[in-house]
Structure formats: C-alpha cells, structure tokens
Design a protein around this ligand. Structure first.
Ligand SMILES: NC(=O)c1ccc[n+]([C@@H]2O[C@H](COP(=O)([O-])OP(=O)(O)OC[C@H]3O[C@@H](n4cnc5c(N)ncnc54)[C@H](OP(=O)(O)O)[C@@H]3O)[C@@H](O)[C@H]2O)c1
Length: 327
C-alpha cells in the first residue's frame, strides 16, 4: 500500500484508510469490527478514523470508539488513530462545541473508550461559530503538549477558517492543523473551489469523507429498485436523504458511464472513485467505510490504480453533464 504524508505532519499513512462512521455499532458487531480491522491491516491500511459520536445513534454512547478500543487491544501501535470531538454528545450546553472546556472533556472520554493513552490525530469535527479560534487552537496545542495527542486537524471547516487558525498557530508557536476532512467524491466537488487550493497552498492534507457517496459510487444502489436490505440506506433515513440528492436520473446516467469506463480497464466503479480521489493533489488518505471485511480489502486494492492526466480529463468529460447540473 502506498504511504502518504499526513498533510503537514511528519508521519505517513496508507493512501486508503478505514472509517467507522456509518457502520460500527448496530450494523457491524464487535466480531465483525475485529474482522474488518484485521482485513484492513492485512491489506496495508494504517489510518483508522473514528469520532466520539459514531454509533451514538444506536444507544446513546459511542459504540464505534468502544468497539475500536476493544479491537485494538495489543495492536494499538500498528495504526495511526484519528478521532474527533465537537458534535453534541448530550443535551447540556457544554456537551458540544470547540471550547477548551468541552474539547478537553471530550478527549478524555475518547481516550477512555479507545483504551489508549494517546490519539495520533485529534480533529475538531465541525467549526463552532460560538468559540474563538484562539481558544480552540490554544486548547489543541495544550493537548499536544500533554502527549495525549500527537497532531491536530479540522473537519468541515471552511478554507478561510483553517487559514486563520494556522496563522494563529504560526504566530504563537502552537501546533497547526495538519489535515482537514471534507465531503468530496466524484459526484460532490464543491471542495475544489476553495478548500483544495487552500490545502495545496498551506500544506494541509485533505481526508475526503463519503468517498463512495455512502455506497452509491460502489454500485450498492440501482435506479428504480429499493435499497438492498443489508445496506446503509435500508438502515438510515439520513442515507436515504443523501441518496435522494445524488441518486437522480442524471446521477445514475453518469454512474453508468463511469462504470463502463472503469470496466473497460478491468476495474470497478468503487476502485475508480477511490483512485480518482487519490489522484487529486493534497489528498493524504481516502477514508472508506466498510460494513464487511471484503469491502475494505477491495477498497485497499484501488490504491494500486494510478490515473494519468489524460484519464482524469476523460473522467471529467464523462461527468460533465451531471456535474454542470449539480453546480
Ligand atoms: N468528518 C466528517 O464529518 C465525516 C462525515 C462522514 C464520514 N466521515 C468518515 O469517513 C468515513 C467514510 O465515509 P462513509 O463510511 O460514511 O461513506 P463511504 O465510504 O462513502 O461509503 C461507505 C459504504 O459504501 C459501501 N461500500 C464500501 N466499500 C464497498 C465496496 N468495495 N463495494 C461495495 N460497497 C462498498 C458500504 O455500504 P453498505 O454498508 O451499505 O454495504 C459502506 O458502508 C466514515 O466511516 C467516517 O470515518 C467523516
């Protein structure tokens, strides 16, 4: 597996990573989680992504972090572990946000659930308009100084805010945001307007999420058919809402063109979706979610496919009609 620099950090991670967002807890049990993690490790995956809220939709506590903590017993050193805090973990006014008060508490809870004494990448899950960037960045720097966190990153931040945060970090000698996560895939290219240019200019690594558009870009759904019973769309209303946005007649037509193009080259649509992201400058690691071991193995394979500039142009051409309508 190709190893890439984790954005502005000195460490390297596998080009394809494992996500635990819409799968672990409820849809994937502990035994399944261990099988998926080991399949990922065997395929050369080293970056594993989670968050304090993943799995809370099943029973109110973070099953994903707890399951990962169990699965990582004895092998913690083999992964670069990323988690996140900021989203609401309870009804209280300080059980959310990127204040020093909440983030410090959220980190302690994550470490306890993950059964580790450090997180490699601690990410602020979304930007919090009610907390100053100074407060958040200073708190993140203290986490790094304490040794409980090695690097810090953002998620769902606008480009200007990362620019401001890293300006503060440079001025005060604080740990900078080395990465950011954003919704980015073949069908959703908003990140190309501001975020990717900022990432390239500032050396911030992009970790695209929803790389397979919740499975749509992996051929999980067909036009006119109900979602398969074992699919994420069958489990979650929000996935059905997501599909309603991208699984349009134009979207399916673009998928059919891309699928045929990939098949003619001996690849699947999912492999194309991942290889295309890996061809975008500034992408450090494509975090793919998997609800079965074979899925992460197949996704890891995609890292071997390197698309040429000419092929990227052909893909843009195949996407053009729906991409233009979507913008
Ligand atoms: N920072 C953020 O705000 C944020 C937001 C969302 C996600 N994330 C992170 O990004 C990760 C990836 O996103 P995601 O898991 O939500 O979406 P995704 O990677 O776009 O889609 C994952 C789904 O695609 C299907 N799939 C995966 N590999 C496949 C394969 N080889 N063949 C066929 N189907 C395949 C599976 O669907 P079925 O389960 O239906 O089989 C899987 O659950 C998350 O796990 C999470 O760690 C971060």
């Amino acid at each position: 597996m190709e190893q890439r620099q984790l954005g502005g950090a000195g460490i390297r991670v596998s080009a394809v990573g494992l996500g635990t967002g819409g799968q672990w807890g409820g849809r994937v049990d502990q035994e399944g989680a261990i099988a998926i993690l080991w399949a990922a490790l065997d395929a050369g995956v080293t970056y594993v992504d989670t968050a304090d809220i993943y799995g809370t939709w099943y029973r109110g506590t973070s099953t994903a972090e707890e399951m990962l903590g169990e699965a990582l017993q004895g092998i913690r050193h083999r992964v670069v572990l990323g988690t996140k805090g900021c989203q609401a973990v309870g009804p209280g006014p300080n059980q959310r946000g990127s204040s020093r008060g909440h983030l410090m508490q959220a980190l302690e809870q994550s470490l306890r659930r993950l059964r580790t004494d450090y997180v490699d990448l601690y990410q602020v899950h979304q930007y919090d308009p009610s907390t100053s960037d100074q407060e958040t960045m200073r708190a993140l720097d203290d986490m790094v100084s304490s040794g409980k966190v090695r690097y810090v990153g953002a998620s769902n931040y606008p480009a200007w805010r990362i620019t401001r945060c890293n300006g503060l970090a440079e001025r005060y000698g604080w740990a900078p945001l080395v990465t950011t996560q954003a919704h980015y895939n073949l069908l959703e290219r908003e990140a190309e307007n501001e975020l990717l240019p900022m990432c390239r200019a500032l050396g911030v690594g992009l970790l695209p999420y929803f790389p397979l558009a919740n499975g749509l870009l992996a051929g999980r759904y067909a036009p006119g058919s109900p979602p398969p019973a074992d699919s994420r769309a069958a489990a979650f209303e929000r996935t059905r809402r997501y599909l309603a946005r991208y699984a349009t007649p134009e979207g399916y037509a673009a998928l059919a063109r891309l699928d045929a193009w990939a098949a003619a080259r001996g690849h699947t649509l999912a492999e194309l979706a991942i290889a295309w992201l890996l061809a975008q400058p500034a992408v450090s690691c494509v975090i793919t979610g998997a609800s079965a071991a074979w899925q992460i193995q197949a996704n890891a394979e995609a890292a071997q496919w390197q698309l040429s500039a000419g092929e990227l142009g052909e893909i843009d051409h195949l996407l053009a009609p729906s991409a233009q309508e979507g913008r």
